[in-house]
Design a protein around this ligand. Sequence first.
Ligand code: GDP
Length: 469
Amino acid sequence: MQFSDQDGSGAGMGPATAGVGRHWAVVGLQWGDEGKGKLVDRLAGRFDAVVRYNGGANAGHSVVVGGVRYALHLVPSGILAPGVLAVVGNGVVVDPERLIEEMDGLSARGVDVSALVLSDRAHVVLPYHKAEDALREELLTAAPVDEKSPPKHAVSAIGTTRRGIGPAYADKVQRATAVRVGDLLRPELLRSKLDLICSMKNAIFRGLRPGEPDPFNAGEIADRMIGFGERLRPVIKDTTYLLHDLDRAGKTLLFEGANATMLDVDHGTFPYVTSSNASSLGIGPGSGLPPQKVGTIIGVVKAYSTRVGGGPMPTELFDETAHRIRERGREYGTTTGRPRRVGWIDLVALKYAAMVSGVTEIGLTLLDVLAGFDELKLCVAYETPDGRTDRFLPDGFDLAEVRPVYESMAGFGDEITGVRSFEDLPGAARRYVEAIEAFVGVPVRTIGVGPDRVQTIEREAGVPAGGRA
Ligand code: GDP
């Protein structure tokens, strides 16, 4: 073994360069919808490939290019950058029908989708997953609340998008009842798998809905899936080898996280989370590339907080301020159209998320939405039943019991959508940005002041490592 860097890629180098990766990642640090799509779209052209590693069609990115709005669910936002590979990694769960719809929709608008690559090891979302998702949410919503049980132990609906994502991941872990993208190209195997799986799924549904006919027909599902497989055949590849080949060839990869750190199944506000590792920690298992290969991790943060679906959100607002933020920020879900819950920025949660995702810089978004408020509030600690803390409580039930402790700052009156440099921002807006980076201990490198690509302030910020608190 030679400790030399023959191809200039860093492969074969000794410990001196270990852990200093060339690749980048963009992850949400809140509860999703932070504007990751726009950031990835801006960066994509500088990379050789953009890679999705988690989630499914429950994610929704909106990207505005030249006044045209694109809603992307499964296809990585990198598809909008000519010449960049758009890779759907093994950690994603794929609804083939939706993927094909999305590809056709993009093609119809003149986007070249030939750069799409889909992992043969990604798991497939099937019709019974969507039915299971809907039924589970229905049963949880209808579950009677036990008067004697304290609210701490009551369980309510997760508020999923009912796209079958959770049940597809559950089947992945169950293994025998899982279908992977590669199986769509093996009709015999697929048919026998689906025969077995549908008999099991039908039995479960009969138990939960006695007297109703079997909802799933294995033959019909197999026919449809085999058709989708044929259509997708040209894009199905072993993406683990592909990514390592690109890495060895000195190419650069941009990992695009779907959902967000607070929704990470292990480190988010469980059980009100999504079913994948939506923090940067999911990159390894979801792509096959070891984490030390990723050196720059951008945490995307809205200038305030939003959340969709159930679960605690300490800084949630219900007043006129909430209404104003929701309307100015167009805070309605890309995937579901649901109004998002909104609130002030939660720095306690943010600092935790930045820690878990190991972010090296922050991309602040939607600062323009906060123009016109006299006062801005930032949550800097929580009051809990056990006293005040500046540590986040990731358990969903514990978090439901905290009250936010705020610090107030002066707001900025002027619209900032036309501002392109940090120095030209109103003083109060600059101080707001500086307060965020000081608390979290991570520099804010870009600031979004509008939905279009160009409405971004690039900044070389300097902030002492370690932060405040
Ligand atoms: P993602 O899933 O994290 O990409 O977020 P979404 O696409 O769901 O939500 C972000 C929304 O905010 C989209 O409609 C974007 O066009 C828009 N957006 C992104 N950055 C900014 C910004 O800085 N200002 C404003 N006003 N809108 C933005």
